[in-house]
Structures are given as structure tokens and as C-alpha cells.
Design a protein around this ligand. Structure first.
Ligand SMILES: [Zn+2]
Length: 284
């Protein structure tokens, strides 16, 4: 994971800071999933369906964003697939936009991003979706035992203050437009129960096996050979070595003096990278 992070930083070095961070989650109640269930089945009985339909919908979203450029021309992106505690897949994509499509004005932000609860009368479907899937909490004074609470404060800083317009912070996230509206009903959030036991029969091996949790959708994602991560343009890691300290590979039947005397065997990805920069102006 650390190497992937460094690869992503290589993209940032070349293309600049990311502009958008986008998350897509799997909804087990998607009609495409429900339509394929057999009588008596629930979506969680069919991790194969969850996985394949999420994969197809993620592909569609990638076409919209990376090929059709609906949010602006994309120069570079890494993405990663992760799993929620109940095993539903979700994707995170970090997007670096072309210089001409960067979000420079506040109107741009308001154009592609909304953090307000939609009007129940004007957009009932969106209103219901946002209330059902996108509300944090309750936490703070309404629920001090919420998992997001540390030292009496929500670590995700909810509730956010109202703001009549979007404003840009100094080298920080923008404060998005969040106009005061009618209050909305809110329900309790999900939770997970976990038990860690250390009794007379403490079994470290068993605890490791119990703790290494691969949920069914993740297992199927791997069985279907869907990619867990991707990055475009790809980043190639070069093995670094000091001059004349590279590894040399040869077969047992080869004569060692010939191998070491032959320039061909001293070539590595790193030496050839330097050579390409010497030979090819475009590479340089
Ligand atoms: Zn909170």
C-alpha cells in the first residue's frame, strides 16, 4: 500500500495536485441486483451479483468521467476498491484535471458539487436518497456515544456550519455552500460488534485467522480477476543501484567470466532508462 501511495505521489509530482476525490458505494437495493435475485434471496445471499453489478456500474462511471470527461478533461488518476464492514464494495478515485478544466471559480464548485439536502417537493427521489445514504450521525450532543466521537467532539467535524455561499479557504478545503433550510428527520447509523478475548485458552494463531477478514464480495472480486487498484498513466518502479553494483543473472551452464565480460548482462531497467534518455530526445 505504501508503494502505491508513492506511485500516486509520482503522478502528483508530474501533473500537480488532485482536483477531485470521488467515492462510489454499492447499494444492495439497486434494481439491477434485486431483479436477478431468486425467490426468498436477499442481496447479501448473492455476493457474486453484488460484485458483478458494482463492477459494471463502476465501469460505466469510469466511461463518463475518464472517457466522456463529464467533470472536465482528466489527465491522471489512481483508484482503489475497498470494502465496508458488512462487505459492500466501494471505490475511491483521485482525479487530476487538465489545466483548462481546473476548478478555479466558486461557480465551478457549485456547478459540480452539492452538500445541501435537496428540496423534498422539487426533488423527492434525490431527497430520499440523500437522507437514506448520505447523512452522518447523529453525534455530538444528540449522541455522545457515536463511534465518531473523540474527546467530546465529532472527529469528522459534523455538524458543519451553515454558509450562504461557497468560499475558498487559504490552502485548505473550500467551505461549500450549505444554506439553512428545514430540519430533516435523522436515524441511527450502522454499527458493528467485535469481541476480543484474552482468556486462559488465548490462541494467537486463531486470533490472527479470525482477524484476517476477507468478506465474500472481496473474495469474489478477486475470483473474477477484477482489478483492486489502477493508475493512469502507469508508474513503473525502477530498482536503484550504485554504479557497477547491479545484480547479474545467468544460467549454471554459462561461463562466469564470459557473463561478466559481456556488457549485455550488466544491463538493468535503470541503466536502460538512462540509456534511453541519452538516445531518444522525446524520452529525455
Ligand atoms: Zn460525527
Amino acid at each position: 500500500m505504501y508503494q502505491r501511495y508513492q506511485d500516486a505521489m509520482a503522478l502528483v509530482q508530474k501533473y500537480g495536485k488532485p482536483d477531485l476525490f470521488l467515492t462510489m458505494t454499492c447499494n444492495p437495493n439497486w434494481p439491477e441486483i434485486k431483479a436477478e435475485l431468486l425467490p426468498g434471496q436477499s442481496p447479501h445471499d448473492r455476493p457474486d451479483l453484488l460484485t458483478r453489478i458494482f463492477h459494471s456500474k463502476f465501469d460505466e462511471m469510469k466511461i463518463d468521467i475518464l472517457t466522456k470527461h463529464v467533470l472536465g478533461k482528466v489527465l491522471a488518476y489512481p483508484y482503489v476498491i475497498e470494502y465496508q464492514k458488512r462487505g459492500l464494495p466501494h471505490a475511491h478515485i483521485v482525479i487530476i484535471l487538465d489545466e483548462n478544466d481546473k476548478l478555479r471559480t466558486l461557480d465551478y464548485y457549485d456547478n459540480i458539487l452539492r452538500v445541501e439536502i435537496p428540496d423534498k417537493r422539487l426533488e423527492p427521489r434525490l431527497y430520499n436518497g440523500v437522507l437514506k445514504h448520505m447523512i452522518h450521525g447523529p453525534c455530538g450532543m444528540y449522541n455522545e456515544r457515536s463511534p465518531c466521537m473523540t474527546n467530546g467532539r465529532c472527529k469528522r467535524r459534523f455538524p458543519k456550519p451553515f454558509s450562504s455561499i461557497t468560499t475558498l479557504g487559504n490552502d485548505s478545503y473550500p467551505v461549500y455552500r450549505r444554506r439553512e433550510g428545514e430540519s430533516v428527520p435523522s436515524e441511527r447509523s450502522d454499527r458493528v460488534a467485535l469481541e476480543v478475548r484474552q482468556g486462559p485458552n488465548y490462541d494467537e494463531v486463531q486470533q490472527f485467522i479470525d482477524g484476517r477478514w476477507v468478506c465474500a464480495p472481496k473474495a469474489l472480486w478477486k475470483i473474477f480477476k477484477f482489478p483492486m487498484t489502477k493508475m493512469t498513466p502507469s508508474v513503473e518502479r525502477l530498482q536503484i543501484q550504485l554504479p557497477n553494483k547491479q545484480q547479474v543473472r545467468f544460467y549454471t551452464f554459462q561461463d562466469i567470466t564470459n557473463v561478466l565480460g559481456d556488457e549485455y548482462y550488466s544491463r538493468t531497467m535503470l541503466t536502460q532508462f538512462f540509456q534511453l534518455n541519452v538516445d531518444d530526445e522525446t524520452a529525455n
